[in-house]
Design a binder for this molecule. Structure first.
Ligand SMILES: Cc1cc2nc3c(=O)[nH]c(=O)nc-3n(C[C@H](O)[C@H](O)[C@H](O)COP(=O)(O)O)c2cc1C
Length: 202
């Protein structure tokens, strides 16, 4: 590897490449909202989410603390993008309106995705997503250094996966699972294996 020189720059965003998730949450009238997010990571049986206080998802979680983390594979990027310019907030907050967001209540219709009942929580799952994780919200933290975002801590209650990506009884086959990566606001696939860590079980 050649030595690279660096330059200090000021990017507006820090989305350096994390999987897209489609979060399903319960609206007050018991319909379901779908919110595309890319800020998430797993810690044991917990998944931490980062979300804007201006969106409908966090409002829904404050009222009903359950959600499903549906993880689309790369081929679903166009369905994800169909959701991108919409919020279920009505009226649309000024800040989102300026960014080009419009109101949409039925995100299933607009995205061409299909609802499927959950087994442990009220918000439903998205059938097309190969991984669907039903969770309960443990804590919603609004950092004292910024009131723009919420850090939402969830606990896994039930993990579902498409048969086609399961290996053995309880493993996901990484060769068959191709998450959709959000890379500085562009969609990428991550499907080339480079190697594995010493703790890999498959
Ligand atoms: C691929 C993608 C990733 C996104 N990641 C996040 C994120 O991590 N956190 C967040 O608050 N918004 C994120 N957004 C923006 C939300 O999807 C947007 O605010 C949307 O209005 C949420 O819908 P809702 O207001 O109905 O909840 C992302 C959008 C896209 C398309």
């Amino acid at each position: 590897m050649t030595t690279q020189s660096t330059r200090a720059i000021k990017p507006n965003i820090l989305y350096y490449g994390t999987p897209v998730i489609l979060l399903t949450t319960l609206n007050a009238d018991h319909t379901v909202n779908i919110s595309p997010l890319s800020s998430s990571w797993g810690l044991g049986q917990y998944i931490i989410l980062g979300m804007s206080m201006k969106g409908k998802a966090v409002e829904n979680l404050q009222q009903h603390p359950e959600c499903v983390i549906n993880i689309p594979e790369h081929s679903l990027w166009k369905n994800v993008e169909k959701l991108a310019a919409y919020t279920a907030k009505n009226p649309v907050p000024k800040e989102k309106e300026i960014m080009g967001f419009s109101y949409c209540k039925n995100k299933y219709d607009i995205s061409g995705l299909t609802p499927e009942y959950s087994t442990n929580v009220k918000p439903n799952r998205i059938k097309e997503c190969p991984i669907q994780i039903e969770t309960e919200v443990r804590h919603i933290r609004i950092p004292d250094y910024s009131s723009l975002f919420a850090i939402v801590e969830t606990e896994m209650k039930q993990f579902h996966a498409h048969e086609s990506i399961i290996k053995g009884d309880h493993h996901i086959d990484p060769g068959k699972w191709h998450p959709l990566i959000y890379n500085f606001r562009h969609y990428y696939s991550a499907d080339k294996e480079l190697g594995k860590t010493f703790r890999a079980e498959t």
